[in-house]
Design a protein around this ligand. Structure first.
Ligand SMILES: *[C@@H]1O[C@H](CO)[C@@H](O)[C@H](O)[C@H]1NC(C)=O
Length: 347
């Protein structure tokens, strides 16, 4: 709709659970989520017409172009997450957990007022966590196991309220940022301990997105986008790359080394001006490859593919190469205007 659109026509951009696809919502919709590469979409209206109520979740089949089911709530839906077994619907004071096949409601989590609909979800069925704010005055996180349907733990991550969080795809790590936006923390979910603290910057800024690399062992890389318009990349697992295959040792035992690594500003790089300052953006680490030297077959670098949607209507994809001398180089692989490839009012 034209009234919201001139500067930021995109109302929501979300990547699917394995970061292979993304969907954007423009115009009449505020939420759109995809289930892997299936034909199932969860969509929520922006409320400008009664049929597009922000309190109604529509599960939509993109193959047949039909609504499969609708779920109605008493207050606006702020976020939706899915995996092959669960559908999680986040409202301001309640989070509902459903069986995604039968749509039977399995549990209701009463939360502190979650006005931003903050939520992180790990789609992995063996560590299927939902992370929700646990305080409105501090940066505490409630971790809830959506398969077993019980609270797992609470983590006191920051002194000020949370602004962003993400879980690694294996459910083992959670990264958080507070409204200050200067420090990003990574915690090991199983131990609920602080494991890494990164300084993102000196000046406060709003963190819009956090994303781990897709590795099923230790995530290699964490990227953050913020209102400054820059993309920050933190090298988490690079020491692991250097140690090669010896890496599958018990995670707990390698964490202490990372703590000191993590505080080292050299393990961090910034791509400036990736988006105009203040424009919301969402970046994910789509893949990470290890680059080996052909003669010695040693790992000489990690190369990450970072995809980003900016809410002013662009898709960008970068290769970030991190050499084993900790040199970072970014290259823009592709960029296109989403609004010229998508017809108006499409999802
Ligand atoms: C960017 O990364 C992709 C995937 O790893 C690779 O195929 C491509 O060659 C890279 N491009 C450059 C310029 O290195």
């Amino acid at each position: 709709m034209a009234n919201q659109s001139t500067s930021n026509p995109i109302l929501c951009a979300s990547f699917n659970q394995d970061a292979s696809c993304f969907v954007i919502a423009i115009g009449a919709f505020t939420i759109v989520e995809m289930l892997f590469t299936s034909s199932l979409l969860a969509i929520v209206g922006a409320g400008e017409q009664p049929s597009l109520s922000p309190r109604r979740l529509c599960l939509f089949n993109t193959m047949t172009g039909t609504a499969l089911r609708e779920l109605n709530f008493l207050t606006s839906i702020l976020a939706v997450r899915m995996n092959k077994k669960r559908l999680v619907v986040i409202l301001q004071e309640k989070t509902y957990v459903y069986d995604i096949n039968s749509l039977a409601i399995l549990d209701t989590i009463d939360t502190v007022p979650n006005v931003k609909g903050l939520c992180a979800f790990s789609p992995n069925l063996d560590a299927c966590f939902v992370a929700l704010p646990a305080s409105t005055t501090r940066g505490s996180v409630l971790l809830y196991n959506a398969m077993d349907l019980h609270s797992h733990c609470e983590i006191d991550a920051h002194r000020s309220p949370l602004a962003a969080m993400t879980l690694s795809s294996n459910g083992m790590y959670i990264a958080t940022a507070s409204e200050q936006g200067t420090i990003i923390r990574v915690h090991l979910v199983s131990e609920a301990t602080k494991s890494y603290s990164f300084r993102r910057g000196t000046y406060p800024s709003t963190i819009f997105s956090l994303s781990f690399g897709p590795s099923m062992e230790l995530p290699d890389i964490l990227v953050a986008t913020s209102s400054s318009g820059s993309v920050h990349a933190f090298s988490l697992g690079f020491a692991l790359c250097q140690r090669g295959r010896r890496s599958s040792i018990i995670l707990g035992s390698i964490i202490p080394e990372y703590v000191s690594d993590a505080l080292d500003p050299a393990h961090h790089d910034v791509l400036h001006n990736a988006a105009p300052a203040g424009v919301k953006s969402h970046a994910v680490v789509r893949r990470v490859d290890r680059v080996t030297d052909s003669s010695t077959s040693q790992i000489v670098a990690c190369r990450a593919t970072i995809s980003m949607v900016t809410y002013n209507g662009y898709f960008q994809e970068y290769n970030l190469t991190i050499s084993n001398r900790d040199e970072y180089s970014w290259s823009l692989e592709r960029e296109f205007n989403l609004l010229t490839v998508i017809p108006e009012n499409a999802i």
